[in-house]
Design a protein around this ligand. Sequence first.
Ligand code: ATP
Length: 590
Amino acid sequence: MEFATFADRAATIEAEPADLEVVAHVRDLFADAGSDLEIVARFAQGRVFPAWDSTTLDIGPSACYDAIARAAGTNVSGDDVEARLAEVGEIGDVAANYEFGGQQGLGAFTGGSGGNGGDLTVREVHEALADIAAAEGSGSQDRKVDLLFGLFNRCSSEEARYLARIVLSEMRIGVGEGTVRDAIAEAFDVPTDRVERALQVSNDYGQVARIARDEGIEGLDAMELDVGRPVQAMLAQTGTVTDALEEWDEAAVEWKYDGARIQLHHDPSGLAESDGSTVETRVFSRNMEEVTDALPEVVEFAAAHLEEPAILDGEVVAIDEDGSPLPFQEVLKRFRRKHDVAKAREDVSVRPVFFDCLHVGGEDLLAEPLTTRHDRLRSVLVDADADADSVADDEIEGLSLLWQTGDPDEIESIAAEALEAGHEGIMLKNPDSTYSPGRRGKNWRKRKPDVETLDCVVTGAEWGEGRRATFLGTFELAVRAGDDSEERRSAGSAVEPQTLETVGKVATGITDEKLEELTDLLEPHITVAEGQEVELEPAVVFEVGYEEIQSSPTYSSGYALRFPRFVGVRSDKDPEDADSLERLERLHDQ
Ligand code: ATP
């Protein structure tokens, strides 16, 4: 497919207000995509690679602005592009306002009034983006910009609009996961629920679209979890014991471990790495990023305890010398560390606790009830030499404890015990529920005793004064707006463009040492600096406590946090995982 055709269809989709019509347009796009279907299905969502693949282009916004500027002409600079962006607010509009194709040098000069585009194919764009992702080592940033310039130089304005958005992961044409699912079902005449299941196990919209087209229902049903390829984590809502017991009669109760989510993939016969080598174990974060190298204890755990291929879901917890859990912030010191892991391990050690089993010995367990999955988990983790039936659960290393009960008093005493043991609270789970990747449904509910905290995106800051003049302080906080309702997401409807609305500023609870660390973390994300104040691109998420949420015209959300207090950086969360305006409203109403 020509990239111009893709851009043209994307523009039609973007202009379409009705969800059903959007699905129809995406359906037609898929039906016409021919041998480029996999790429088109990913591009439509602004992805270059499958969702399970954490490869990134590793090209920052300013490198992208430079590439646009170079393709736009000799009198345009990256700063001009950035200045236009500050005015226009959206990179696609900025790119589409330049005329490309006037730059000689890459054999792309097409003449006429600016870039005519038209000769670039979807496949060529994908190949060039894959080359950009693969470029590493010295001089790679220049090479990335060269490659991207080469693409923009061959683009028409409309092509540039969507290329810029794909590069910066800001597609925003209203094509969410549910739209792609429905469009695949309609385009290739297969049932939606089969497409949904295939998406859950494969986490690759491109592959599912191709298999639906080429192999139909049978092909989709034959798709299975692949050990080594992460699936989306099932998530939890906040909930009460009363509601849980009313709905299910009995609840599965577990401790809520205060750590970071991990998904362990293990195969003693080896998992393929992208460079052709094999490893036995890979560990992924809740956002499917690989964190294997940062967590050698988990790899050692797998080698010592797992004899069959398995996918386990759990939490990695920081522990002190006696094995007692340490606060969540301690685990983050280890979680994404790329250097000096051995040294960091001396300071803080971690241990995994698993609460779910998605796959074992060639068998997928997503459709099994929670209690069955937990039994399987137990048998995977129990020592092979032990008499499995006579070993108590709390003697099985790495196994989360699970109580099934309908008695609220018993649940309260489990919760008290959890807190006593240094955990965060309890999880209440529907014992009969299947595992739904990526869903924050009612089948898992969390109950924490403390006042809720909020995870906010940091959108601005101010330079300090006097002693603190070299530090950023007073951080502006925002939550996500847009229709984020549970119904909408469970229906898989298109994700609306996410905007950020401010809720307050936090300056308390931060030591000088921490301010220095936060300055290092945030400084690269400064987009605009005016006097003491800076604006930041959304990149970093802060967890903040507060005393109250008040209605207030001061901030764009219409709410203000009273006495906000810095709790920590949620380095395991991206801005899309921050709390929503909807949750803020709910907490305010409560
Ligand atoms: P929070 O900020 O409360 O940790 P979150 O947004 O990171 O929440 P939620 O889905 O809201 O994630 O809460 C569930 C999280 O709790 C899981 O992602 C997991 O990391 C953690 N957790 C700890 N113990 C358990 C358990 N026994 N079962 C499931 N999740 C658990």
